[in-house]
Design a protein around this ligand. Structure first.
Ligand code: SF4
Length: 195
């Protein structure tokens, strides 16, 4: 069950699917007419056929943690009403988006988190991710991933294969140093399925 609660994001990744398509797979447009209220999310959740669904995923078109409070409320709704695992796909910058955000609030509500590593160095990260926070972003993203792992939340990194093979190797070394697995994602240029 994929949950798209905002189209807002402080980054402008060169590979962002939003640049190339309005949707993924067979879904309707993922551009929201407005950001859904909790009542609208709950109504959609109630209507959704959850038979056999094992995982709920907070993901794009946008950065879910831009609406961190709504995300937490939604995760609570899922936790209290289903046995689904709950995953967050994120750029890992929630503490730059919301100053003083306490990530321990994710504990018990998220089972896993997938953090966009995107590049092996701060310079390349800024070229690929183009965060509005400038140079602080890379270190904060790494620290977020390490802190989530320390909270006992299953943590993984991703990179998209638009960077060079050598850079992917460097990302693998960096991820290994942090004890966090890395998944290499294939760049999606149009409305094809995620791999
Ligand atoms: S962080 Fe995600 S939503 Fe934001 S620009 Fe990058 S790929 Fe797109």
């Amino acid at each position: 069950m994929y949950i798209n609660i905002t189209n807002a994001c402080p980054c402008n990744c060169v590979f962002c699917i939003r640049k190339n398509a309005d949707s993924v797979c067979d879904n309707d447009s993922l551009w929201l007419e407005h950001e859904p209220s909790f009542d609208e999310i709950k109504a959609a959740f109630d209507k959704f056929d959850k038979t056999g669904v094992e995982e709920a995923v907070f993901c794009g078109y946008g950065e879910p943690t831009v609406r961190a409070e709504m995300m937490l409320e939604t995760a609570k709704l899922i936790r209290e009403n289903t046995d689904m695992k709950i995953r967050l796909n994120t750029n890992g910058l929630v503490r730059l988006i919301h100053k003083d955000f306490d990530i321990t609030r994710f504990k018990g509500l998220l089972d896993s988190v997938s953090v966009s590593l995107n590049a092996p160095t701060a310079v390349r990260y800024n070229e690929v991710t183009r965060p509005s926070f400038g140079e602080a972003a890379f270190d904060e993203m790494l620290k977020f991933a390490a802190d989530m792992k320390n909270l006992g939340i299953q943590t993984g990194f991703t990179v998209v294969d638009i960077i060079s093979d050598d850079e992917i190797d460097e990302c693998e070394n960096l991820a290994e140093k942090l004890g966090i697995p890395l998944r290499v994602r294939h760049y999606i240029t149009d409305n094809e399925s995620y791999t």
